[in-house]
Design a protein around this ligand. Structure first.
Ligand SMILES: *Cc1c(COP(=O)(O)O)cnc(C)c1O
Length: 405
């Protein structure tokens, strides 16, 4: 079955605008994806028809809002195949989810416990753990990377020992597109009794993930990279593990009873959902998953892989162009540099041509240090991009090269 790109693109109003006098080419999908009208409509529908605070209201609007919010939680539960709905915690995004776990572990760690982080993490999966180590006296060790942008799994095995408490790694690197072998990472960590947190921010939009089949302990992701709104995400944790963690924030919604002598906490998931959440955003997260599933994640991945292969072949024809991250197994992300041209200069010229790519370190400075570069240009493709758009990128890079060299 071929991909009906015209029909898909019709769902995304923003793809039909011009930028700097040219039709927009949006290749910054790894930073945030665009939003289909099906999801925009769900947000508008909430504010137009049933905007109300959830859970404690006796009135009709509050009931409707609560039902839609909890329905979205079930949609997320089904999508990731969590055993219980209460294992899905709504968050403000991947960063927030990681901070909930990192803060919770400050009550569980002891001095000289060890935590393992991969060399290709987003800053949001590095910094909270460094802060945790400072607080607890635990040590952060790094799983190194090989020159092709994959993890050194042999060293990983040697780093694991009976002091290892937690391993955190992204399923897919946002800067390189590398798909990490999380099944193996998880099995080996479990063999020494360590728990694993998977950062799914880049994987969730492209790869079906079954948290039970993979035996994932904690999983975090954001809605805005899979066609949902910004500022919303989810944290999955096995309920027996989440029950061990203290609440992250105190406030409304997360309590069972409050007195000035003693407050008791609500059960999962509310224990971690203090305050009024982004109700419309959470409902829209569910709608985004419904949208993506209506197209099919496998069909999406297959089409994006074709885009990746085509773009890689075409870009490599450009003299002096180097691609960073050449794992066999990667998503549709291409990080590259051309000659000595600064990525920002080339990115600015591409912008003048209506082409949106990201430039810089992509919140993954250790990767740039590894390659001894200041940053890259990153083109990241989505299922609504076209081969013609890739041709425009290639022509744009050629043009910028002529202007800047
Ligand atoms: C985007 C991203 C994050 C951070 O997500 P936020 O939505 O900004 O919290 C973390 N990890 C990876 C791999 C990402 O791509």
């Amino acid at each position: 079955m071929s991909w009906d790109i015209t029909k898909v693109r019709a769902d995304f109003p923003i793809l039909h605008r011009n930028v700097n006098g040219h039709p927009l080419v949006y290749f910054d999908n790894a930073a945030t994806s665009q939003t289909p009208k099906q999801v925009i409509d769900v947000i508008a529908d909430y504010y137009t028809h049933y905007n109300a605070n959830i859970h404690r209201g006796v009135h009709a609007l509050s009931q409707e809002a609560t039902d839609a919010y909890e329905k979205a939680r079930h949609t997320i539960q089904n999508h990731f195949n969590a055993q219980h709905a209460q294992e899905i915690i709504f968050t403000a995004g991947t960063t927030h989810g990681i901070n909930i776990i990192a803060a919770g572990y400050s009550a569980l760690l002891q001095e000289n416990d060890e935590l393992l982080v991969s060399a290709m993490e987003h800053h949001s999966n590095i910094v909270p753990w460094q802060m945790l180590c400072e607080k607890t006296g635990a040590h952060l060790k790094v799983i190194p990377m090989l020159p092709n942008g994959t993890l050194d799994m042999e060293v990983y095995e040697t780093l694991l020992n009976d002091r290892t408490r937690l391993v955190f790694v992204n399923h897919v690197s946002n800067a390189l597109g590398t798909i990490n072998p999380i099944e193996k990472i998880i099995d080996q960590a479990h063999a020494v009794g360590a728990k694993v947190l998977i950062d799914g921010a880049q994987a969730a939009p492209h790869i079906p993930t079954d948290v039970q089949a993979l035996d994932i302990d904690y999983y975090v992701t954001s809605a805005h990279k899979l066609c949902g709104p910004t500022g919303v995400g989810m944290l999955y944790g096995k309920s027996e593990l989440l029950n061990l963690l203290p609440p992250y924030q105190g406030g409304g919604e997360m309590i069972a009873t409050v007195t000035f002598t003693k407050t008791t906490y609500a059960d999962l998931p509310h224990k971690f959902e203090a305050g009024t959440p982004n109700i419309a955003g959470c409902i829209a997260f569910g709608a985004a998953l419904d949208y993506v599933n209506s197209l099919g994640l496998e069909a999406i991945a297959a089409y994006e892989h074709e885009l990746l292969e085509y773009a890689t072949t075409q870009l490599k024809k450009i003299d002096g162009l180097r691609i960073y991250g050449e794992a066999d197994n990667k998503t549709a992300v291409i990080s590259f540099l051309v000659g000595d041209i600064h990525p920002y200069d080339m990115g600015s010229i591409l912008d003048q041509l209506g082409i949106a790519v990201r430039t810089g370190h992509h919140c993954a400075q250790p990767i740039m240090d590894f390659f001894q570069i200041p940053g890259t240009l990153r083109a990241s493709f989505s299922f609504y991009n076209t081969f013609e758009e890739i041709d425009r990128l290639v022509a744009g890079v050629e043009k910028a090269k002529q202007m800047l060299e």
